[in-house]
Write a protein that binds this ligand. Structure first.
Ligand code: AGP
Length: 591
């Protein structure tokens, strides 16, 4: 996720901005840049990689500037693509967080009117649009430019002729930091906390003009007042947005991640180019860990919604025993795009003549260079080792892909798409009741073994739930199809082994209830995950985690978010080091 900083005041802008950008490093970035106004010119610095020591850099003296840490979305990580971006005359500099979805048409239009572009980014169109609209009033020009943008954005702009900054927010966060004789603007609070703890969180549609000792905010053409908050957190706390751990913060980012990922591929209709699927007779997913579980759900969706036969292979096993590949589409799923096993499986698949699609979160990662086609998830950087929001983003891409390839009647597809559109709201509702999940976590936190059971789509959800539990709480958690219990795992059940049972509102429901009764007969404590309308389940279990009712295919989202929270609160109760579990790495770059 990109980070934005703007400064006006009495200090050297370059030093303030670079140190503030360092405070945003936790968001992840691949390149960065700063622009400072000095005299009636702009001085810029842009670099790929980490910032390092602030003292290493010195721009011209100046007290107004903007800076940016970039997490590439359009255009690879490079100095040219790093922000700030400027207009044709180097008078206007812009930093931007978000995605401008109509940038291609704007770019073509601006080019046809003589604007010269230097980068591949969506952001650069903003600088040129403001240039077109500028008649001496930067705020007016920004307003007019923004009218032409589609997408999500937090933008800060400066002009060499102005002793001011202008910023606008729409679906990407921006906060004002209020100092004494100085003003800050940033995408997150840590950037300003070294200087002030008085902040204003801007709202969607807000446009702000800032001077070193004041600012005005407008919304919908009218001047508005916004509440000033005093931040009580330390810098370290604030990097986590006030959450105790990155994992919890990232789970709470899920609604926005779903919105961003839907936004990427769903405007009026599903906007995924599936030319890669022409003539294929089967799909093979390759992945590891959580991405492997997303693949299992992907297989379920593909087979259920499209009828195309699909298989899932652990990437590490595919390497030794690649299945015969003829007219096979290989879909590699990887958050990092750097998992060695997955990369090797992709290479082998290509060697055998398969077409390879990567569903990947990190732009410019190795997987994106190997794949023939790329479908990005828009989860932003994930810092906690345990994958949470990125898993849900993978599911969203898989829903869209399966629906795009689906042979279902149009009306049914429409209905599913409509439900997909409200998934951010559905997840928000789960998050609003997380204290209930926390209470249930306290009931299970002292056990050393657990069993997760489900049927149908519930099986991979159970597997992912168990993985989350074991990796962060160190509780031994196994996942089984409920029907398999009687073939062995029953021997493990009893008072010492709680069972997490997933109820899916489909043809598996009744038999799952029977399985739960069988488990209860073995005296295990049972926690069910079920929808709000399910009045039956509570008769048979000890605790129920309630989630909003959805079409059964979307339980992969609802139940998984609930299980992520259950794992999180269980690990927290056990005092585990949640964001960096022992023996694990975020990205496994060795085979
Ligand atoms: C899950 O919480 C882990 N972080 C791990 O299983 C992870 O999903 C796996 O290592 C694959 O990583 P990738 O998605 O970056 O390829």
């Amino acid at each position: 996720m990109c980070g934005i900083v703007g400064y006006l005041g009495f200090r050297r802008a370059d030093q303030v901005i670079i140190s503030a950008l360092k405070r945003l490093e936790y968001r992840g970035y691949d390149s960065w840049g700063v622009a400072v106004k000095h005299g009636n010119g702009l001085e810029l610095i842009k670099r790929v990689g980490a910032i390092g020591d602030v003292e290493n850099y010195s721009l011209a003296e100046g007290n107004i500037g903007i800076g940016h840490t970039r997490w590439a979305t359009h255009g690879k990580p490079s100095e040219i693509n790093a922000h700030p971006h400027t207009d044709c005359n180097n008078k206007i500099a812009v930093v931007h967080n978000g995605i401008i979805s109509n940038f291609q048409s704007l770019r073509e239009d601006l080019k046809s009117r003589g604007h010269e572009f230097t980068s591949e980014t969506d952001t650069e169109v903003i600088a040129h649009l403001i240039e077109e609209e500028y008649r001496g009033d930067l705020k007016e020009a920004m307003m007019k430019a923004v009218e032409r943008l589609k997408g999500s954005y937090a933008i800060v702009v400066m002009h060499v002729d102005k002793e001011e900054l202008v910023a606008v927010r729409y679906k990407s966060p921006l906060v004002i930091g209020i100092g004494d004789g100085e003003c800050f603007i940033a995408s997150d609070v840590p950037a300003v906390l070294d200087y002030t703890n008085r902040v204003i969180y801007l709202e969607d549609g807000d446009i702000v003009k800032m001077w070193n000792n004041g600012f005005i905010i407008w919304n919908n053409g009218k001047e508005v007042e916004r509440k000033i908050d005093t931040i009580p957190w330390s810098i370290e706390d604030s990097e986590k947005g006030g959450y105790e751990h990155f994992m919890l913060k990232e789970i709470h980012e899920t609604p926005r991640v779903i919105e961003d990922t839907l936004f990427e591929y769903l405007s009026e209709d599903i906007d995924i180019d599936v030319s890669f699927s022409a003539g294929i007779s089967e799909i093979v997913f390759v992945a590891c860990g959580t991405s492997y579980h997303a693949s299992l759900i992907g297989r379920y969706l593909i087979e259920k919604l499209t009828g195309i036969p699909a298989r899932v292979e652990f990437a590490s096993e595919f390497i030794y025993n690649p299945p015969p590949i003829s007219r096979t589409l290989v879909i590699a799923i990887t958050q990092s795009g750097e998992t060695a096993d997955t990369l090797e499986a992709m290479r082998i698949a290509k060697k055998h003549g398969a077409r390879v699609v990567a569903i990947v979160n990190v732009l410019g990662s190795t997987a994106t260079r190997i794949a023939d086609y790329i479908l990005y998830t828009r989860a932003g950087p994930e810092i906690s080792v345990a994958a949470t929001k990125s898993f849900i983003a993978q599911l969203i891409v898989l829903y869209l892909l399966a629906l795009k390839l689906s042979k279902l009647p149009g009306s049914e597809i429409e209905k599913l798409i409509e439900e997909l559109r409200i998934m951010p709201e559905i997840v928000r509702r789960i998050l609003e009741h997380e204290e209930k999940i926390e209470q249930i976590a306290e009931e299970i936190a002292n056990f050393e073994d657990m069993m997760y059971i489900g049927r149908g789509i519930g099986v991979p959800i159970a597997m992912e739930g168990a993985l989350k539990m074991k990796e962060i709480s160190y509780i031994h958690a196994e996942a089984y199809p409920a029907g398999e219990l009687k073939h062995g795992p029953f021997a493990l059940l009893g008072k010492h082994t709680p069972v997490i049972a997933l109820l899916i509102p489909d043809e598996t429901y009744e038999i799952m209830l029977n399985n739960i009764k069988e488990v209860k007969a073995r005296e295990s404590l049972v926690v069910a995950v079920a929808d709000e309308d399910d009045a039956e389940v509570e008769k048979y279990v000890d605790f129920v985690i309630r989630v909003p009712k959805t079409n059964s295919v979307f339980t992969a989202v609802t139940h998984s978010v609930a299980l992520q929270l259950l794992a999180y609160y269980t690990a927290r109760k056990r005092g585990c080091e949640i964001d960096k579990p022992r023996n694990l790495a975020k990205s496994v770059t060795v085979e």
